[in-house]
Design a binder for this molecule. Structure first.
Ligand SMILES: Cc1ncc(COP(=O)(O)O)c(C=O)c1O
Length: 344
């Protein structure tokens, strides 16, 4: 298997043109020097396209081709109040000229600030024209979305369900294009990445990276940092979507290589701890790298912890995949200004 084969298999899955690709790969020299570890690079998945970007757009680009083919007139999805996934579904619907209905889960995250329910992604959902349906969080991620789709169908709509986090086998296929870009961009820069580190939750981002890497970058480890405080559930979902995605693409996949690291999710999903805030601060201070307190800063906290335990050699090249999520930063503003800046 090779990069060329992965690219040729990906061509069998058309996009709807949501993304501006490739996203940049930039060296984080100041942060690498500050941490005294390997060379760190940022893959900028925060700028995948319109609607303030993020990792979900890359999945949606291929998943929504099915919606268009099916003649859908409405996208239906679900997530917590500050879900980046929902915001990107709402953005995609606006771009494709579709209606958007979102099941918004209250109760999974206790609002940490007064701005939580109205700022950041919640505000953008309104601006992008989505209709919001408040639901009580029960732990069932997709049930209320399916029920909402049935209601819309009964009203005469043609709904297309986008799964929680845009995570399923086709979402994983969509995300594997990121590793194809990383393979090409790292080769242009004269290195082979030792690892790609990123935060992982609903699973299809890691699934796409892992199955794609086994074909296009076999010497690169994909390291998922759990942000859901459910590492076993996350690992199981990653494996399920990677098996399904690899079958769609017709490429091999070895589940024994899936690595999900626990211990950086903070006290709970959606709640930052001191390490999360420290990661936000030093990424901003040394690189103007704007992380978010729910996802990417927890991923960065995991990366920092691994560097501090000597996980890599100084001449290794490690890519931090910045999955986006910046809008939620503003919904957490009051919770983030409490700690003074600390370099160590
Ligand atoms: C900013 C951000 N990063 C990472 C993730 C995790 O990606 P996945 O759900 O595919 O594991 C999400 C998912 O919501 C996200 O919004």
């Amino acid at each position: 298997m090779s990069l060329e084969l992965l690219l040729s298999r990906l061509e069998r899955f058309p996009t709807v043109g949501l993304c501006d690709l490739p996203t940049p790969l930039r060296p984080l020299k100041n942060l690498s020097q500050h941490l005294g570890g390997p060379m760190i690079w940022e893959k900028r998945e925060d700028v995948t396209g319109q609607g303030m970007g993020g990792n979900k757009l890359r999945k949606l680009d291929r998943v929504l081709h099915r919606a268009v083919q099916d003649g859908a007139d409405t996208l239906v999805s679900g997530g917590v109040v500050q879900s980046n996934s929902q915001r990107q579904v709402a953005a995609a619907a606006a771009i494709l000229g579709l209606d958007c209905h979102l099941a918004v889960y209250h109760g999974r995250v206790t609002p940490p600030t007064a701005q939580y329910n109205t700022s950041g992604n919640a505000l953008l959902n309104h601006l992008y024209g989505a209709t919001l349906h408040p639901k009580t969080w029960t732990g069932d991620r997709n049930g209320p979305v399916q029920a909402l789709a049935q209601e819309l169908l009964a009203e005469g709509k043609r709904p297309f369900v986008v799964p929680y986090g845009v995570s399923d086998a086709l979402g994983a296929v969509g995300y594997s294009s990121a590793i194809a870009e990383i393979a090409a961009q790292s080769a242009q820069n004269g290195f082979t990445p030792t690892s790609v580190v990123h935060c992982t939750g609903s699973g299809a981002t890691q699934a796409g990276l892992a199955m794609g890497a086994q074909s296009a970058l076999p010497d690169c480890k994909i390291v998922g940092i759990d942000i859901d405080a459910e590492p076993e559930r996350v690992k199981g979902d990653v494996i399920e979507y990677a098996i399904g995605g690899a079958a769609l693409l017709g490429i091999p996949f070895d589940a024994s290589q899936i690595e999900v690291i626990a211990g950086h999710a903070g006290p709970a999903y959606g709640i930052p701890n001191d390490a999360t805030i420290h990661a936000l601060q030093i990424a901003g201070r040394f690189e103007a790298l704007t992380l978010d307190p729910v996802y990417s800063a927890k991923g960065m906290a995991g990366l920092i912890a691994l560097i501090r335990t000597g996980h890599w050699k100084n001449d290794d090249n490690v890519i931090f995949l910045n999955t986006g999520g910046t809008p939620s930063l503003f919904a957490y503003a009051d919770a983030l200004s409490i700690l003074p800046f600390s370099r160590s």
